[in-house]
Design a protein around this ligand. Structure first.
Ligand code: GLY
Length: 559
């Protein structure tokens, strides 16, 4: 293992994190935000399941062990790159309910109702996770559906020792005024707070999972679970109906495919902005001479910023749900010609300006979660899914035991209102019935010479696109191994606000000064991203995986 963060930044002390080590394996691997969930996937592979089976087992297990973002009440994306077959994606992004409209979150004067798009029952989108996982299983799974849900059911029913991170969450949520549901989420069967390392059991969630295991997709979208969802909505001023649930379908879509030097990158098409925006940024960076931009130099950060500025401007202007925006110019946005024209216009010594008269909001949910899977046949699955904010809407039915998303906050809330703070009001992502809200989730799979190179992804709202972009660049351009790529310093710029966020203490003061002199506004922030990745080395046939050291319960498990 190459030594990573510890040697690069020996002066840093990470309070809650361990130093991220690489895990090595020959056959299969899962890397996720919770080691028990990674193990659930690996156990399925050991029992003969493929990468799809393992990813479904891990996704359901994360809904039990990592409830801040692992979910059945939210949505997400899967990129699937089979070893000897065509790459594909599954879109299981939430949808706006049938009763929603572009003015859902506005008062009678057209002003945004205080945070209603994040903190109310109206913020809940029609969940997509169960439909997406079920579709993936129907098309590409190999083991019985019930079998792949079993580890999650066991974890919910038998319980698992409450980790320190979950214990701290439970203390915070107990004080939360958000809902009785979330305040009591971590109580034990005696109605007392579950303590650190005490077995935390979730009988209501186990029962819901059991129904889904027996009835498949219908177990969530029809029948008793659906009835209880609708009952919850009716009692709490929600607008999701039985019809919304029955009509929900996950969609298989062609991936965004781009190249970077000898590599091929497969990522998510709209309604995620991740694939298109990252492809545009990679195209620009491909034109850079690596000798001119040593890693982490001012020249390097400048080029990152200028790539991000342009990618995010396009994101704001053009991207939304493809089923509602059939004319999105995706091919043009990711073309090498456009990148060449734009590259020629970049001043290598001076920051360009983000024009705030056009379109940009740093405040998308940061509590998404990503996991990466490779099976013994070399099939790769990359899944990012989410409840939007940490513990989503913090709303749910005690009888069902799972948390609803607050994903409606990812729509542009005020049509026509774009400003320098990062609020976007462009048309492609305004609310409409059954529309999917634009996402920044960016699960990727990379190959080289038709052989798997890397599986990668991250949470972090709009920062996702940039943290994944830098991580894969670290591997493809700077030859870092997987842990080193993940732990290396990251920055974030998203066009508007015209500010560069950098992880504090990870750029030298001299570099920051140079960047300021070039015209960049520099602002320190904490950790950017929480990456979960696997790399394959064809020379020795070894998988190496790493969970970002910022993930308190995360881990790579291989065999
Ligand atoms: N909710 C985070 C995203 O979809 O980008």
């Amino acid at each position: 293992m190459k030594m990573i963060r510890y040697f690069l930044f020996p002066f840093l002390i990470f309070s809650s994190a361990t130093i991220c080590a690489q895990t090595y394996a020959r056959q299969g691997m899962v890397v996720s935000d919770n080691t028990l969930a990674s193990k659930a996937g690996v156990d399925i592979m050991k029992a003969g399941g493929n990468a799809i089976d393992a990813s479904i087992a891990t996704a359901f297990a994360l809904a039990v062990t990592h409830p801040a973002a692992g979910n059945i009440g939210g949505g997400g994306f899967m990129v699937y790159v089979p070893k000897n077959d065509t790459a594909t994606t599954i879109d299981f992004r939430e949808k706006a309910p049938l009763a929603a409209s572009s003015t859902l979150f506005l008062d009678k004067d057209g002003k945004l109702l205080a945070n209603k798009n994040h903190e109310s029952t109206l913020a809940i989108g029609v969940p997509g996770t169960v439909a997406g996982l079920y579709l993936a299983h129907q098309k590409y799974g190999s083991m019985p559906w019930r079998r792949v849900l079993q580890p999650a059911i066991d974890l919910a029913r038998e319980g698992f020792p409450l980790t320190w991170a979950l214990f701290k969450d439970s203390e915070r949520l107990r004080q939360s005024a958000a809902s009785d549901f979330i305040a009591s989420y971590f109580l034990n069967s005696s109605g007392k707070p579950t303590q650190f390392e005490e077995l935390w059991k979730q009988p209501a969630l186990a029962q819901t999972l059991e129904i889904i295991a027996q009835q498949g997709k219908d177990g969530f979208y029809k029948g008793v679970v659906a009835e209880k969802i609708v009952e919850f909505m009716q009692e709490n001023q929600g607008i999701i109906t039985k019809e919304d649930l029955i009509k929900y379908e996950a969609v298989e879509r062609l991936p965004i495919v781009t190249t970077f030097k000898d590599y091929t990158i497969y990522s998510m098409p709209p309604p995620s902005s991740g694939g298109v925006t990252m492809a545009a940024m990679l195209n620009l960076f491909e034109l850079v001479d690596v000798n001119d931009v040593p890693f982490n130099s001012a020249a390097y950060v400048h080029m990152l910023i200028e790539s991000m500025r342009r990618g995010f401007a396009d994101r704001a202007e053009f991207l939304g749900d493809p089923d509602f925006n059939p004319d999105m110019p995706v091919a043009r946005l990711i073309s090498k010609e456009r990148a060449a024209q734009r590259f020629a216009a970049i001043d290598i010594k001076k920051a360009s300006v983000s024009d705030s008269s056009a379109y940009g909001h740093p405040y998308d949910g940061k509590n998404t979660t990503h996991f990466s899977v490779v099976d013994p046949s070399g099939n790769a699955v990359s899944i990012t899914y989410t409840l939007e904010q940490s513990y989503g809407s913090k709303l749910g039915s005690k009888e069902l035991g799972f948390i609803f998303n607050n994903e409606m906050g990812d729509f542009n809330p005020v049509p026509g209102m774009t400003n320098s703070t990062g609020m976007i009001g462009s048309d492609p992502n305004t609310i409409a019935p059954e529309k999917r809200m634009l996402s920044s989730m960016n699960p990727v799979v990379i190959t080289k010479d038709d052989t798997l190179h890397m599986v990668m992804g991250s949470p972090g709202g709009r920062t996702i696109i940039n943290t994944v972009f830098q991580t894969v660049l670290n591997s493809m351009l700077y030859d870092m191994d997987v842990a080193e790529s993940i732990e290396a310093p990251k920055i974030h710029h998203q066009w508007l606000p015209d500010v560069t966020y950098y992880e504090k203490n990870k750029l030298s003061p001299d570099t920051i000064e140079k960047l300021k002199r070039m015209g960049h506004k520099m602002r320190p922030v904490g950790q950017l991203g929480r990456l979960m990745g696997i790399q394959y080395n064809p020379q020795n046939n070894i998988l190496s995986g790493a969970a970002d050291s910022s993930s308190p319960d995360g881990g790579a498990v291989g065999f």
